[in-house]
Ligand binder design. Structure first.
Ligand code: PEP
Length: 254
C-alpha cells in the first residue's frame, strides 16, 4: 500500500475566522490513517493558530523559508525559526516563488539544504511552463530543476524529502494535467533519480499539483507513481478539500 500525501497550500489567503472554520471542518472529517498524511500550509502569520487548532493527525507546513540561516534579512523567516515553532514541512520552489520572487535553482538548492539542516521536510516543487510543454521541453526542465538541487547538495537529502510535480500551466487555471500526462512526468522523475540512487528513486513521494479537485483526484492518485496532491484553490474550500482526502481514503481502503 503506497502512502498518500494530501497537502493544502493556502497561499496568501485566510483570516483568523475563516481559518478556524476550515480547520474545524477538516478535523471532523479527517481520520487517523497510517497511509495518509494531511498537511496544511497556511501563511506564516497563522502557523501558530493552525498548530493549536488542528487535530494531532494533521501536520503543518510553511510555504517558504529564507535561503539564509539568520541575520540582517528584513522580512525573511528562517528554517531554524520554523523548527522552533515545531513545523514539520516546508514548500520550496513553488512556481509562484520562482516566477514572482526570483527563486532561482541556486536559491532553491540553498533553501532545500537549510530545510534539512533544521529538520524540516522540504516539498520541492518542479514543473514546466505552457511554452516549455508545447516545445517538448517538459522532461528537460524538470530534470534541470531536480539535478541542480542534487548537485548543489547531495542525493542522500532526498531520502527525507518530497517532490511535487506542478505544471505551471495547470496551477490555478482549472486546467489539470491528465492522469496519464502527470504519470509520465512522475515516471521520468523517478528515472532521473535512478541515475543517483535506486532506493530513493523508488521510495520518494512524488505529489501532483495543478487544479486538483474532488472530481479528478481519484484518477490522479490511482496512478502508480503519484503519491498524493499539492492542492491550492480547492484547499480553501473545506468540502472540496475533504472530497480529495476521501478519494485518497477510499484508495487506501481498497
Ligand atoms: C499550488 O498552488 O500548488 C496549486 C497546485 O494550486 P491549484 O491547486 O489552485 O492549481
Amino acid at each position: 500500500m503506497k502512502k498518500l500525501f494530501i497537502v493544502a497550500n493556502w497561499k496568501m489567503n485566510g483570516n483568523k475566522i475563516s481559518n478556524e472554520q476550515l480547520v474545524n471542518y477538516i478535523n471532523e472529517k479527517v481520520y487517523e490513517n497510517p497511509n495518509i498524511e494531511v498537511i496544511i500550509c497556511p501563511p506564516f502569520t497563522y502557523l501558530t493558530q493552525i498548530l493549536k487548532l488542528k487535530a494531532t493527525r494533521i501536520k503543518v507546513g510553511a510555504q517558504n523559508i529564507s535561503e539564509s540561516q539568520n541575520g540582517a534579512f528584513t522580512g525573511e523567516i528562517s528554517g531554524s525559526m520554523l523548527q522552533d515553532m515545531n513545523i514539520d514541512y516546508v514548500i520550496i520552489g513553488h512556481s509562484e516563488r520562482r516566477q514572482m520572487y526570483s527563486d532561482t535553482n541556486t536559491i532553491i538548492a540553498q533553501k532545500f539544504e537549510l530545510a534539512h539542516q533544521n529538520n524540516l521536510i522540504p516539498i520541492l516543487c518542479v514543473g514546466e511552463s505552457l511554452n516549455e510543454r508545447k516545445t517538448g521541453q517538459t522532461i528537460s526542465v524538470v530534470e534541470s530543476q531536480i539535478k541542480s538541487v542534487i548537485e548543489s547538495t547531495c542525493i542522500e537529502l532526498f531520502t527525507k524529502s518530497i517532490i511535487a510535480y506542478e505544471p505551471v500551466w495547470a496551477i490555478g487555471t482549472g486546467e489539470t494535467a491528465s492522469s496519464e500526462q502527470a504519470e509520465e512526468v512522475h515516471f521520468n522523475i523517478r528515472s532521473i533519480l535512478k541515475e543517483y540512487d535506486l532506493n530513493i528513486a523508488t521510495s520518494i513521494p512524488i505529489l501532483y499539483g495543478g487544479s486538483v479537485n474532488g472530481a479528478n483526484s481519484k484518477d490522479l492518485f490511482t496512478m502508480g507513481n503519484i503519491n498524493g496532491g499539492l492542492i491550492g484553490g480547492a484547499s480553501l474550500n473545506g468540502e472540496e478539500f475533504v472530497k480529495i482526502y476521501q478519494a485518497a481514503e477510499r484508495l487506501t481502503n481498497e
